[in-house]
Design a protein around this ligand. Structure first.
Ligand SMILES: N[C@@H](CCC(=O)N[C@@H](CS)C(=O)NCC(=O)O)C(=O)O
Length: 214
């Protein structure tokens, strides 16, 4: 059975959600963030040297990096329900969103997060960081005007991958003027698979890690 090394309030929540959408059995190995530093416990380094979550173990395969995990699970267990075939016309757009989430969007999201956590030290960067995040959110808002999900009319693994940076943006108070992004988040949060993943994964509240560092 697939094992998910799951850190609370983290990117691994979307892996649980994906596995629920796929109806694929899995077990959760839980890890708790340090209350003060919000970093993962050292025990996660025994699974992978970076000690970050998510990591999955599927037989002999130990796979970190959520984009790689989402792509692997959707291809291997999705029976093409959540990922287009390699030669499908939608495949390039699918790959784009899959990689964009961590490769581009998380960059201004994380810098905004660090601005909130490490206030004064980040102050000189704040205006640039805000405008970069707005650039991305404007773009995503326009894209969601073309179709309700990132790939069209139904959910794909790209939506799962995009969920975390958008949830984090919402927790940072950055999505209030973006009705389509807000509606996208409302719709995914309403899905039975999402709700089941939340029940299994435990508390998922981004505001908990947004507090200024002391
Ligand atoms: N790009 C990686 C990022 C992994 C990552 O930074 N995970 C965070 C959780 S959201 C983590 O493990 N943080 C705890 C720490 O850095 O100690 C991915 O998408 O999997």
């Amino acid at each position: 059975m697939i094992e998910v090394h799951h850190l609370n309030n983290s990117r691994s929540q979307r892996i649980l959600w994906l596995l629920e959408e796929l109806s694929e059995p899995y077990s959760i190995i839980p890890y708790a963030r340090d209350a003060k530093t919000v970093l993962a416990p050292d025990s996660l380094r025994a699974v992978h040297p970076l000690g970050k979550s998510p990591v999955i173990q599927d037989g002999d395969v130990v796979l970190p990096e959520s984009g790689a995990i989402v792509e692997y699970l959707a291809d291997r267990y999705g029976a093409r329900r959540l990922a287009p075939e390699a030669d499908a016309v939608e495949r390039p757009r699918y790959l784009y969103w899959l990689h964009y989430a961590e490769g581009s969007l998380m960059n201004p999201v994380l810098l905004t997060f660090y601005s909130a956590r490490f206030g004064e030290a980040m102050a000189p960067m704040r205006a640039r960081v805000r405008s970069q995040l707005a650039l991305h959110l404007d773009f995503i808002e326009a894209e969601l005007g073309k179709s309700p999900f990132f790939l069209g009319d139904s959910l794909s693994a790209a939506d799962v991958q995009m969920s975390f940076p958008l949830e984090m943006s919402a927790a940072l108070g950055a999505t209030e003027n973006y009705p389509r992004i807000t509606n996208f988040l409302d719709r995914i949060h309403d899905r039975p698979a999402y709700k089941t993943a939340l029940e299994k994964g435990g508390r998922y509240d981004m505001s908990g890690i947004m507090k200024p560092a002391t």
